[in-house]
Design a protein around this ligand. Structure first.
Ligand code: HEM
Length: 201
């Protein structure tokens, strides 16, 4: 498959949930609580796509399929887009855009704080993702982008904390994330000592 075609297929797959959600909103097909459907669906896609981003490098290493690496940045930016939409929906529907009320919620509810912390990290990663920033930041870029792991952990914690009773689903996401972290640590530990200071991409 040509490289550009692969890129745009992945792009379309990541954009599709947003398109479907927008279509459902347009046609009034969001169920009894449209605000809740929008908030929950955007949050789930933000987290699912974030974890998919973390799977890119392990898949490349295990399969030798190098082309997959070219979509990692774009997929990561989609996760940020869904997370930002998720936050904006929360700000508008839950607090009518009142910044003080949002801030009070952040400091009062650890569940909201964990989501906010994840979003702050994703914002920094998105802002430092253009090629010019990669060049300008040099080695520091890799250090900054390692924070994608804490962002994903915070996302899973936020998901689990937000559930009223049944935390089975966040636990499954946590398990997948734990596995990806293990693969990463194993790859790092397997490198020659001289190269362990380097952070692999
Ligand atoms: C300022 C940032 C954020 C705020 C204020 C926020 C707020 C919320 C709220 C109010 C809910 C609904 C909880 C409920 O009704 O029980 C929710 C659910 C959720 N959020 Fe966030 N969130 C933020 C960031 C994030 C980020 C960055 C992610 C992912 C990386 C995320 C993933 C989720 C998930 C997966 C759910 C559960 C959806 C479900 O139960 O179906 N959130 N969030």
């Amino acid at each position: 498959m040509p490289a550009r075609l692969f890129y745009w297929l992945v792009f379309a797959a990541a954009a599709a949930p947003g398109g479907v959600l927008a279509w459902r909103a347009w046609t009034g097909d969001l169920g009894v609580n449209p605000a809740e459907t929008l908030l929950h669906t955007s949050g789930r896609w933000a987290l699912g796509i974030l974890i998919a981003t973390l799977a890119v490098t392990p898949i490349r290493r295990l399969t030798g399929w190098n082309r997959i690496q070219q979509v990692r940045r774009m997929v990561g930016l989609w996760s940020f887009t869904y997370a930002l939409a998720h936050f904006l929906l929360y700000a508008v529907f839950n607090h009518l855009g009142d910044i003080r009320a949002i801030w009070a919620d952040v400091v009062e509810r650890p569940f909201i704080l964990s989501g906010m912390a994840a979003l702050v990290i994703l914002t920094v990663l998105a802002a430092t993702s253009p090629a010019a920033m990669v060049r300008r930041l040099g080695r520091r870029w890799r250090t900054i982008h390692r924070f994608v792991y804490p962002a994903a952990v915070l996302g899973v914690v936020h998901f689990a904390w937000g559930q009223k009773a049944d935390i089975r689903e966040p636990l499954v996401w946590g398990g997948v994330l734990g596995l990806l972290l293990l693969v990463r640590v194993a790859a790092w530990a397997g490198r020659p000592a001289s190269r362990q200071v380097e952070v692999t991409r």
